[in-house]
Design a protein around this ligand. Structure first.
Ligand code: T4K
Length: 368
C-alpha cells in the first residue's frame, strides 16, 4: 500500500465518464489540431475564469515562450528569482536577459518598490509571478509599466481561478499564462494556456502555436507546435466540473493547518488576503531555526523519514542555478528576501484528497 503523503495529488475525472468521451473521440477520429473538445474547453475556461479570450497549450512553459515572441520582447526583462525555473528559462530561450528583482517578504511576489531601480534602456517588459497563487500588486506594476512603456506578462501558473474584488487576476497585464500540469489545482495531465484581451491577439497566438500557419498554404510567423490534443481537452472539460469542490477541500486543509500552527513558535505562514478568492494551490510554511529549535532541512528530512513529502518550493532560487548565477542581478545582496524565503520554506501537503488522518500526521510532525 502506498502510504506516502505527498505535496499534491492530481485531480482526476471519473474513469467511466472519461471512457465515454474517449469512445466519441475514437469514433470521430479527430484527435488534435483545434478539434471540438479543444474548442469546448476554451469556451468553458473563458466562462469559468471570467476572461475574454484564451488559447490552450500543451504545457505551461510554451505560453510563456510564445507570449514573449508575440510581443517581440527583446533586451532585458525584469523578473523574480522566487519561482519555478520555467519562468526564467522562457526568457533565456528567447535570447532575453533576465534581470532579477527581489520579492516582498509578505507574499513572495516581485516587489514593485524595487522594479524602477532595475530598469535600463534595454528593458522591454516585466514578468512577475503570482507565486503560490497570491496576487501580485498588479496596479503598482502596471503604473510602472505605463510610465516606462513596458509590457507585462504574468506567469500565473499557480493562479487558476484566483480573483481579487470579484475580478479574475488573469486579466491583468498584457498576457497571463497558466499551467495545467498534473501537480496544479486544475490539470489536463500536461497542459497550459495563454490569456489575452482581444480577438486579433488570440488569432496571432493561435497561429504561433501551430507553426505560424494562417491557412493551408500561408505561414505568417516562425511559430512552434504547442497545441493541446483532444484527449487532454476532454479530460480538462471533466476536471473543470470538479475543480470548485477541489478548491473547497484545499481551503479546509488550509484552515486546519493555520488553526494548529498558529501556536507553534518559529513556524510562520501567510493569511488569506481580504477580498481575494484564493485557490490554496500551495501551503508554504517558513521555519525560523532559532525560534523553532530545528532547521528547515532538519524538519523537512524528519517529515520525509515519516513518509510526509512536503516540497521546498522554491529552493534553490533560480538566480543560483549555473545558467543564471553569473548575472549581476543574481547576487545574494540584491535578493535578500528571496533568499530568506527560499532557505526557510516548506510547502506542506495540500490537495483535494488529503484525509483528516493525513492532516493530523503532518501536523504531528511539526508541532513539538
Ligand atoms: N511557471 C511556474 C511558476 C511554474 O510553477 C511552472 C511549473 C511553470 C511555469 C511551467 O509549467 P509546466 O510547463 O510544468 O506546465 C512540478 C511540476 O512539474 C511543474 O509543473 C510545477 N511548475 C512545479 C512547481 O512543480 P515537481 O518536480 O515538483 O513534480 P513532481 O513530479 O516531483 O511531483 C510532485 C508531487 O506530486 C509528487 O511527489 C506526487 C504528486 N504527483 C505528481 C505527478 C507528476 C502525482 O501524484 N502524480 C503525478 O502524476 O514539478
Amino acid at each position: 500500500m502506498n502510504n506516502k503523503i505527498t505535496v499534491t495529488s492530481p485531480l482526476m475525472p471519473d474513469l467511466e465518464e472519461f471512457n465515454e468521451i474517449l469512445k466519441d473521440i475514437w469514433a470521430k477520429k479527430w484527435i488534435t489540431n483545434n478539434g471540438s473538445y479543444h474548442k469546448k474547453l476554451e469556451n468553458a475556461l473563458c466562462d469559468y475564469l471570467k476572461v475574454p479570450y484564451i488559447s490552450l497549450f500543451t504545457n505551461g512553459t510554451l505560453p510563456l515562450i510564445t507570449a514573449l515572441q508575440a510581443l517581440r520582447i527583446t533586451g532585458e526583462v525584469i523578473t523574480t528569482p522566487y519561482s519555478f525555473v520555467a519562468t526564467t528559462h522562457a526568457l533565456w530561450w528567447n535570447g532575453i536577459k533576465p534581470v532579477f528583482v527581489d520579492v516582498e517578504p509578505t507574499t513572495g511576489n516581485l516587489d514593485p518598490n524595487k522594479i524602477e531601480q532595475a530598469i535600463t534602456p534595454q528593458t522591454t517588459a516585466i514578468m512577475p509571478v503570482h507565486v503560490y497563487g497570491t496576487p501580485c500588486r498588479t496596479k503598482e506594476i502596471q503604473d510602472i509599466a505605463d510610465k516606462y512603456g513596458l509590457k507585462v506578462i504574468y506567469d500565473a501558473a499557480h493562479a487558476f481561478g484566483v480573483e481579487a474584488k470579484g475580478k479574475s487576476i488573469l486579466n491583468e497585464g498584457d498576457f497571463s499564462t497558466l499551467s495545467f500540469h498534473a501537480t496544479k489545482v486544475y490539470n489536463t495531465i500536461e497542459g497550459g494556456a495563454l490569456i489575452m484581451h482581444d480577438e486579433k491577439m488570440k488569432q496571432r497566438i493561435d497561429y504561433l502555436k501551430n507553426f505560424g500557419f494562417a491557412n493551408e498554404i500561408e505561414v505568417v510567423a516562425p511559430g512552434i507546435n504547442s497545441k493541446m490534443d483532444e484527449v487532454r481537452s476532454a479530460y480538462g472539460l471533466l476536471n473543470l466540473a470538479l475543480v470548485d469542490q477541489a478548491i473547497e477541500a484545499r481551503r479546509h486543509v488550509a484552515i486546519q493547518y493555520r488553526h494548529a500552527l498558529r501556536k507553534v513558535k518559529g513556524i510562520s505562514f501567510w493569511e488569506d488576503i481580504p477580498e481575494v478568492r484564493h485557490n490554496y494551490s500551495y501551503f508554504p510554511i517558513f521555519v525560523n531555526e532559532k525560534e523553532y529549535g530545528m532547521s528547515r532541512d532538519e524538519l523537512y528530512n524528519k517529515m520525509r523519514d515519516h513518509n510526509i513529502f512536503g516540497r521546498r518550493y522554491f529552493y534553490p532560487l533560480i538566480s543560483t542555478f549555473s545558467t543564471y548565477r553569473g548575472l549581476e542581478s543574481a547576487s545574494r545582496n540584491n535578493l535578500p528576501n528571496a533568499h530568506r524565503l527560499a532557505e526557510s520554506v516548506i510547502c506542506l501537503p495540500i490537495h483535494h484528497s488529503l484525509s483528516q488522518n493525513d492532516i493530523e500526521k503532518v501536523l504531528n510532525e511539526i508541532i513539538r
